[in-house]
Design a protein around this ligand. Sequence first.
Ligand code: ARG
Length: 575
Amino acid sequence: MRIEPHLEALAARAIHDALGVEAPAILRPTQDAAHGDYQINGVLGLAKRLKENPRALAEKVAARLAGEEAFAACEIAGPGFVNLRLSDAWIARVLDAALADRARDGVPPVEAPETVVVDFSSPNIAKQMHVGHLRSTILGDAIVRTLRFAGHTVVGDNHLGDWGTQFGLLIVGMREHGSEAALEAAPIVELERVYRLASERAKTDPAFADAARAELAKLQAGDPQNRALWQRFVDVTKSALDVIYDRLGVRFDEWLGESAYDEALPGVVATLLERGIAREDEGAVCVFFGELEGADPKLAKQKVPFIVRKKDGAYLYSTTDIATVLYRAERWRADRALYVVDKRQSGHFAQLFEVVRLLGVSMTLEHVGFGMVLGPDGSPIKTRDGTALTLASLLDEAEERAEVKMVEELGLEPALARELRAAVGIGAVKYADLMQNRTSDYTFDWDKLIAFKGNAGPYVQYMHARCCSVLRKSGEALAAIAGPIALAHEAERALARQLAKLPDVVHAAAASSNPHYVAAHLYDLASRVAVFWEHCPVLDAEPPLRASRLALADLSRRQLARGLGLLGIDAPERM
Ligand code: ARG
């Protein structure tokens, strides 16, 4: 069960019964366990309205709550807060129920499930995936997994950048500078090399630039030869992407790239013109927010038009994105769409969402933005420019370092370290990304990232493996572990309080697209498991205590694996 909504409802009822008003309880976890587990802040705001001293009001509410079995203590604090200390017996019952719930570990599905599209990864054809796409891929995958587990219907869509000006350049570029053998051997590398050459040359060679535009026009008009070339570029890029997605364990439900909407684009522009949302301007078609009644005043003031057709007739990223929203609303009846994209594109999404709103689409659209990954020198890590690292080489290095460290620091057998290198190395890269508040930039630091102490993926995996090991040594069948849980030692009480939070954490992470809530929970949980091992012998304990501690160990194991799973990280059983 979810603790917070339950306590909040109890507190709201107590406010109603004691003070005779309907008011939100405003429940928060306390910062300091010495003050209890949760605090009610809502009473403070009622003092004025009820013309009474807030502490006196808080007294009355606390007296009402005191009889509830969930609480061991309800105390007044500060100017009018109520501090709640949960009862150990009550937490133990909550955890017994979670233990028995093998399918969901006590996490209830959301009450109002939605259909949610998650647009993520979405790299551009003929370019190596860069670190921005790595973030989008890892974050998007964790968001998909979390929403799905929370009970929503999720469509994970890889909206590839597979249409547009780069193809004219690629077609002429391959003809004049390309190598068939290189394209076979390392397709993306070759496409990228040719693209770079071609776009450089187009700047100084007008005939070449014209030829590229002509090829693009032919492609968009359906010329079979150019279509075939385009298909080939898309296919080789996709198979190279598949290798990365496989290594990352990431899957998509759909791969509807920009090209999938090509045929819908003229209709989109026509509709915008008909509805008076867009107008012609020097041959181009644009939305001027300042001229539209009821448009977002902020966009109106910015005076940046949203261009949906260029004067040469070409459609843009923006046009495709409008068509994509309409498709998702119609075809999937989506309630929400999340765009997991670099926050530097926030201007584009603000405009897009506004145009779509003006069109009358009621779907909720959110830009799930994220910051940059910085190198040791504090500037963005780059993958292009030749020397800089590619995604594949980053993952290789992670695996290499993880393998070495498992032997050196955990003393693992080399064969086992080898077997675990991908799970631990790639898990470390993912965790380092997902533990961050996604909107901030973060510095990529190998030593912190691959660590068996401190807030790092391998540490969480290691604590999970230790749970597995204790349970293995107990000789108990996992299916037979049923508690009951009884909390006596301080380390057990602290561990149990953390375990009881998982359902709230999962739902908070799902609702806000913040996987770092899950990562933070895992780290706190792993740390409390470590203290528990230190102070509470499991295997040598006497029967009722042993059963309770095995239950805590098993629930910890399941939650660590569950949480890592939501982040797309493996949980090896031996480490
Ligand atoms: N291909 C784009 C890029 O690499 C990201 C696409 C994001 N999704 C979208 N519907 N605009 O920048």
